[in-house]
Design a protein around this ligand. Sequence first.
Ligand code: IVH
Length: 670
Amino acid sequence: MKAYEKRARELRENIDAANHRYHVLDDPQISDGDYDALLRELLDLELAHPELASPDSPTQRVGGTPSTGFPPYAHARPMLSLGNAFDESELLAFDARVRKLGAIGGDVAYTCELKIDGLAVSLRYDGGKLTAGGTRGDGSVGEDVTPNLRAIKTIPLALRGDAVAVPRHVDVRGEAYMRKSDFERLNAEREARGEPRFANPRNTAAGGIRQLDPKMTAERKLTFYAYAVGEIDTPEPPRSQHELLAYLRALGFRVNEHARAVPSIHEVVAFVEEWEAKRDTLDYEIDGVVIKVDDLALQAKLGTSGKDPRWAIAFKFRAREARTKLLDIVVSVGRTGTLNPNAVLEPVQIGGTTVSSATLHNLDYIRANDIRVGDVVTVIRAGDVIPRVVGPVLELRKAKLPEYSLPTTCPVCGADVDHPEGEPMARCTNASCPAQLVERVRHFASRGAMDIEGVGDQLAAALVESKLVRDVSDTYHLDLAALLSLPRLAEKSASNVLAAIEGSKKRGLARLLSGLGIRFVGSQNAAILAGDFGSIDALAAATEAELLRSEGIGPEIATSVALFFAQEPNRAMVARLKAAGVDTTAPLREREPAGVLAGKTLVLTGTLPNLTRDEAAELIVAAGGKVSGSVSKKTDYVVAGADAGSKLAKAEQLGIPVIDEAGLRKLTTT
Ligand code: IVH
């Protein structure tokens, strides 16, 4: 065997093992960066030596060639559907039927499994290798979606044979689904790009499996739980459903850890009640419990009737969707100033609770789904606690209803609302808006800004609640008596806080600006503006055109800065900061010699031992350099800390110098 063949084999084994640890055991042992490096090395080898390529190589999970339409996929054994039970009496009737038909005197043992809300797929393994896979379709013929199933990382491309004998042939069935957290993340990304949200994880998973390009499937980050086999050829197949689940796990599949073997139907009833109450604690949606006769010989004896097995039943949880009238849309203001539209609903029962309000996310969501006040709407109380309006029932819209518009002034404080083109969220522009205040005070006092030790989440909330702080400038007008009036603040800590506040007056304009939390003005832009304008008064007087002259300050930032200083409450706050003796000036950049990093672009990745991201960025900007979010050929240095990921890999790939925190300090001080 040639050296590169040996290396490719080694890489495949290592990558498969890493995949298994990460996706199946939830216990990764190598970093994402190392994993990417292994995968890239293998890809390069396969490109250089095409004869190495093989369909079960881990590189085939992404970048498979896009297919056109789907060929039919015939199931060797039918993929059955399930009859439903909706209450305890129907479960007892099911059990009575099983005992009668099976001629069983005593209790029947069952396996209870969560009914995952995804889509059923069947995977064919020959000689331990994944050779094909398809959707359920009508139960006998589905669609062949093999390349897409290969793109799901938790579907093993090869079976593991260390604990059990690998079957010569097996069809493994299970549910492909999307986690709620991945669904939320995907929607947040779509929203940020101005694309419409997906409706729910189930449809997103089903759509993901039916993508023409496997790369699109991979992007949706679907996952898989195995729960059944179709045809199987192995000398000693499992004899019960719970053994079968253990067997599937040993072969390398993810198997849901909440499945439970129970001795009788009474425990089934308890299991069902338990999970109907706990369903929201899971990171995936379940719509019921699947109950299966545990003994596989008894299953065979019972057989099927029509498309449903006589040995299994689905207990369906109460529906969590309902229709009701949208009476009004009211707007609340979040901690970061976002305007959040909420639906006022005619109260309706959903899955056992009365729902009278629901989220509408943002204006784009309302418009994209054509939701109007006066509509009959569909509301779901899905996975999470906050019910959501899905959309109008258009057939029931009788009158012409006006399109909804957001208010142009903040409903909490009356200041102007800013809604930049292409952004999903509109925001209140008033820094002293009570809704935003706690978060602003905390940010103002944080390490990257004014660095006031002792003023964290709790104290910020207490200061706002007690009305001692109505905007951040009030921080500098606190005295010992005021602090001692707060609950749970001892004299010693109160005087420490006062000393920290006093000390923070000298931080200078750049830190102050970044602490004010002006939208788009983080530490980097704050340093640029401070250096170019020299004082907060000069900055406040600047027009948008003047702001745009600063390097790196684009129209979005300029508008945001100008809007901030145009607000009367913000101007008053600045005056109070100055009156309290806070340094609102900075050395003008022109007076400084050009920094050692002038013209250089650096990228930060991973966690540095002693510097926050903001602090590292500040060092770089102070030395005249620029910080960029992504690595390209134009990057001069990558500063990498612990757990650096793909940016580090990219830098190594492009041959860009990588330095650590010590390297950065050296660079910025020479
Ligand atoms: S067993 C006869 N087990 O529910 C066996 N199905 O309503 C049929 N499902 O099409 C499937 N979790 O998509 C089984 N643990 C589980 C399941 C499960 C979800 C889905 C599956 C099936 C549907 C039947």
